[in-house]
Design a protein around this ligand. Structure first.
Ligand code: HEC
Length: 117
């Protein structure tokens, strides 16, 4: 009787470990999909950039304190790299946000998603 209880408990633990291992392997197996990154970038932009920049197409063109993201995205000179370099440098009128590299990736993906072809 006790033996079979132990057997069940062991099997349950093994299953839980297998699930955990599976999740870890999946999580480690590469960068998030671009669409997830873009969505994360949008959320960051809403939290950090919206006060000064129009961050969406719907609000672009309104007079704001800073250039709207659609305009920035559609400049020929704008690339993921140029955006990330800009985000790393401190800007005298921009508060010195601490933006982690993966957050900068997400923000750059989001801004570039506003590019019109
Ligand atoms: C306190 C206001 C403020 C906030 C908040 C802010 N910005 Fe800015 N940003 C500015 C101003 C003002 C400029 C224009 C400076 C200039 O180009 O001379 C600027 C310029 C930029 C530029 C360069 C535009 C160009 O002309 O090339 C980028 C890219 C940018 N911001 C991205 C961001 C991102 C991403 C965030 C959020 C993480 C953010 N900004 C948050 C005020 C702000």
């Amino acid at each position: 009787m006790t033996r079979s209880v132990w057997l069940h408990v062991s099997i349950a633990i093994l299953c839980a470990l297998a699930v955990l291992l599976f999740l870890r392997v999946r999580g480690a197996s590469g960068a998030p999909l671009p669409s997830e990154s873009t969505a994360a970038g949008y959320r960051l932009a809403e939290a950090w950039c919206k006060d000064c920049h129009a961050i969406e197409a719907a609000t672009a063109g309104r007079k704001g304190r800073a250039t709207d993201f659609v305009t920035i995205a559609n400049r020929a000179s704008t690339t993921a790299l140029s955006l990330k370099v800009f985000m790393k440098t401190s800007h005298h009128r921009m508060p010195n946000l601490i933006i982690m590299p993966d957050q900068a990736d997400d923000l750059a993906n989001y801004i570039l998603s506003l590019k019109r072809d």
